[in-house]
Design a protein around this ligand. Structure first.
Ligand SMILES: Cc1cc2nc3c(=O)[nH]c(=O)nc-3n(C[C@H](O)[C@H](O)[C@H](O)COP(=O)(O)O)c2cc1C
Length: 210
């Protein structure tokens, strides 16, 4: 597996065009959703490492409501998932090394209790996706979540039962050449910014307008 660049944990106020108001580990700035990918093969061990990071995300009741189906480029399931994406996503995601369908399951029975419907299933599954994305960034892989897919087609493609909510399809790959993207996507191929922290986090109480 790729060696991890130790500078990724160092606190920084800037990484390329991204600047922070308070220093954070460079990892959070280096993760961004590229579209240009090389299409190179991803070792199964690397893919399993990303899924392992996701597995250790926190969740209500430790219910672990996330479920994944993964497929590597060249496999039939990859083409089936690719076919479920919107045209706008398919045009670049075809060069991903792998696609991962992320689903959540809200039904859960805590040990010795009655079944509950988890209100946090999507929230917790989002934490798992973030863990996966950050582990990938540490290893030099880029990840790009997509909600732009046809749920019916995706459900059929991976035989997802009706009790799963399909959340996103993630493209995983090595960053490629932006010049190979359609012209309208090329300008987007860079880390983007964030609104100020003062509009997002508040000391003590919310202001009148959020
Ligand atoms: C739930 C979710 C759905 C998204 N859907 C799409 C999508 O369908 N197509 C796309 O190109 N990007 C999609 N994105 C990527 C976002 O646009 C991107 O994460 C956001 O602009 C922040 O940029 P960054 O990830 O590079 O920091 C999605 C991201 C998330 C978390």
């Amino acid at each position: 597996m790729t060696e991890i660049d130790p500078s990724i944990v160092q606190l920084v106020s800037r990484d390329g065009d991204r600047a922070t108001e308070t220093p954070v580990s460079a990892l959070f700035l280096r993760r961004w959703s590229a579209r240009a990918m090389t299409g190179e093969s991803i070792p199964e061990k690397a893919l399993l490492c990303l899924l392992e990071a996701a597995r250790f995300a926190p969740s209500a009741y430790n219910a672990q409501p996330w479920r994944f189906v993964y497929a590597r480029n060249g496999e039939a399931a990859f083409d089936a998932l690719l076919g479920a994406l919107t045209d706008s996503n398919r045009v670049w995601a075809r060069k991903a090394s792998a696609l991962i369908l992320v689903a959540s399951k809200a039904e859960f029975t805590p040990a010795g209790q009655k079944p509950v419907t988890l209100g946090s299933a999507s929230f917790d599954t989002g934490a798992a996706w973030a863990s996966l994305a950050l582990q990938a960034a540490m290893l030099g892989w880029t990840t790009h979540a997509m909600a732009g897919f046809d749920a019916g087609k995706a459900r059929a493609a991976v035989k997802a039962p009706e009790n799963l909510k399909l959340e996103v399809v993630i493209a995983v790959g090595r960053r490629g050449d932006a010049a190979e993207l359609p012209p309208e996507k090329q300008a987007l191929e860079k880390p983007n910014a964030r609104r100020p922290l003062a509009l997002t986090a508040f000391s003590g109480a919310f202001p009148d307008e959020v």
